[in-house]
Ligand binder design. Structure first.
Ligand code: PEP
Ligand code: MG
Length: 537
């Protein structure tokens, strides 16, 4: 038995087989002795890749649409692109093995494309990488992508937001990572999915662990690999009692969230994608307080089309049957990187070109998203929320642009619903001028994750700083008090959608401040409602 520790980000006990998630490794130089044979292998790999692509094309065209399948066509053309194939053949002819040649030429051509100014050409870099990865996989006989055949526990160095979107969420029992932090997006995802998880563990990311049995104890922050009988029986008992506690929360399902003294608060859910709706329904959320739209842009090679976004938003609004859904416009940048946006590397990405700053300078991207939201608004109760606001000027520009988009749709004969416009208060600047901002919008939602990061000058992604990251810092408490007061003075509602909203030790305090809504991971709602109902405030 191997036992180890980590920082728990969601409680519970999981028992299952290990799936080690590794990243694409750099390839060491590989030589060949039979050049003719290697050229033939490359030719065969190209044929196999073409076959795979045509199957993929049919699948995407029938399941999603011809337009989305077009990307596969581009990759098929690349397979016969002379610059690409002749470059690879020249490397093979100078004695390199086929896989290494594909890897090197693919990487070189992809970085040439990535450096071009033209957005279309930039996006081709991802196609070259994709097709090269496919050829390397065929040539080396490696496994196809990361796949889970049965439920299991993912062990990884860390997972980027785009890696998490590609996972088969129904099969994940727990995450165990070496890196990450309590506020990282893997941690947030674990809480949405209601699965015990550990970050900052001391585990070795060794592929030989694949298939071994693991226990993750998200209460104690421990894990066990190949547990002995005694540990297994203790953990099975702990899992059972956690299940019983959860079952006990069922008595709070369907009840109004109102304290003993009559203070009402709405308990909403935070989600990342339409497929999270099942957690929202299971969790008994009264609405959605934060739909992190950027997840619709992650894990793909091209911008989502207006229709794709519209369908995603419509499905969420319809599933919520008239309950409020607060859609946040995309908050790309900082830790959420997307290749096809062509964002240049930055010294300080959290203070850089992100969120609303991208939307206000690349209005075509913003317009597509807003058109999709306004079109979808006819199918439910939609609100739009804008991230990373720092000034009244920005808010006025956003509102004018929203009116323009709405008018454009009406002129085209498209019906839209009534849409509230609100902002996230997640910068100290916005908190300090919340009195001025309140008269401009319909609601505030406090993003305590970023508000804490920017107020305390502590990078939320840097685990070395976790000891300094005091979520209850008096500066944050003062800001929270002030934001709610300023919202109410102007007659608008105020909520909290950062992770702090689910901190049960602060529920009384939030009720006292008068917050109208708390938006938390769906799995937290019943427990939070129990807290609200038993509060004396
Ligand atoms: C926040 O900053 O608190 C927030 C809710 O937004 P995100 O975590 O997506 O940055
Ligand atoms: Mg934020």
């Amino acid at each position: 038995m191997i036992a180890g520790r980590g920082r728990p980000v969601y409680e519970g006990v999981a028992i299952g087989r290990i799936y080690v998630h590794t990243k694409n490794q750099a390839m060491a130089e590989r030589k060949c002795s039979d050049i003719e044979k290697e050229l033939r292998r490359f030719q065969e790999a190209k044929e196999k890749a073409a076959e795979e692509l045509s199957i993929l094309y049919e699948k995407i065209a029938s399941e999603i649409g011809e337009e989305q399948a077009a990307i596969i066509e581009v990759q098929s053309l690349l397979l016969n692109d002379l610059d690409y194939t002749e470059g690879i053949e020249a490397m093979i002819k100078s004695g390199n093995d086929a896989a290494f040649s594909v890897h090197e030429i693919g990487a070189a051509q992809a970085s040439t494309f990535a450096a071009l100014d033209d957005e279309y050409m930039k996006a081709r870099a991802a196609d070259i990488r994709d097709i090269s990865d496919r050829l390397v996989r065929i040539l080396t006989g490696a496994e196809q992508g990361f796949r889970m055949d049965e439920p299991g526990i993912i062990v990884a160095e860390d997972l980027t937001p785009s890696e998490t979107v590609a996972l088969d969420k129904d099969r994940i029992l727990a995450f165990v990572t070496r890196q990450g932090s309590s506020n990282s997006h893997t941690a947030i995802l674990a809480r949405v999915m209601n699965i015990p998880s550990l970050v900052l563990t001391d585990i070795d990311i060794d592929p030989s662990l694949n298939g071994h049995t693991m226990i993750v104890d998200g209460f104690a922050g421990t894990y066990f690999i190949d547990p002995d009988e005694k540990t297994m029986s203790e953990m099975v008992a702990k899992k059972k009692s956690a299940g019983e506690y959860k079952a006990g929360l069922e008595e709070y399902r369907g009840r109004e969230s109102i304290s003993a003294s009559g203070r009402k608060v709405k308990l909403f859910a935070n989600i990342g994608s339409p497929s999270d709706i099942k957690y929202v329904i299971d969790g008994d959320a009264e609405g959605i307080g934060l739909l992190r739209s950027e997840f619709l842009y992650l894990g793909r090679d091209t911008f989502p089309t207006e229709d794709e976004l519209f369908e995603a938003y419509r499905s969420v609004l319809e599933a919520m049957s008239g309950k409020k859904v607060v859609i946040r416009t995309l908050d790309i940048g900082a830790d959420k990187k997307v290749g096809y946006f062509g964002l240049a590397p930055e010294e300080n990405p959290a203070l850089g070109y992100r969120g609303i700053r991208i939307c206000l300078t690349q209005k075509d991207i913003f317009r597509t998203q807003l058109r999709a939201i306004y079109r979808a608004s006819a199918y439910g109760n939609a609100s739009i929320m804008f991230p990373m606001i720092i000034s009244v000027k920005e808010v006025r520009e956003i509102k004018a642009f929203c009116s323009e988009v709405e008018k454009e749709l009406h002129d085209e004969g498209t019906t839209t619903g009534r849409v509230e416009l609100g902002i996230m208060i997640e910068t100290p600047a916005a908190a300090l001028i919340s009195d001025m901002l309140a008269s401009e919008v319909d609601f505030f939602s406090v993003g305590t994750n970023d508000l804490t990061q920017y107020t305390l000058a502590i990078d939320r992604q840097n685990e070395k700083l976790d000891a300094f990251y005091d979520a209850h810092h008096p500066a944050i408490m003062r800001f929270l008090e002030m934001i709610a007061a300023n919202a109410h003075k102007a007659g608008i509602w105020a909520g909290i959608c950062g992770e702090l909203a689910g901190d049960l030790s602060l529920t009384d305090e939030f009720l006292r401040m008068g917050y109208d809504e708390l938006s938390v991971a769906p799995s937290r709602i019943l427990e939070l409602r129990k807290n609200v109902i038993s509060s004396e405030v």
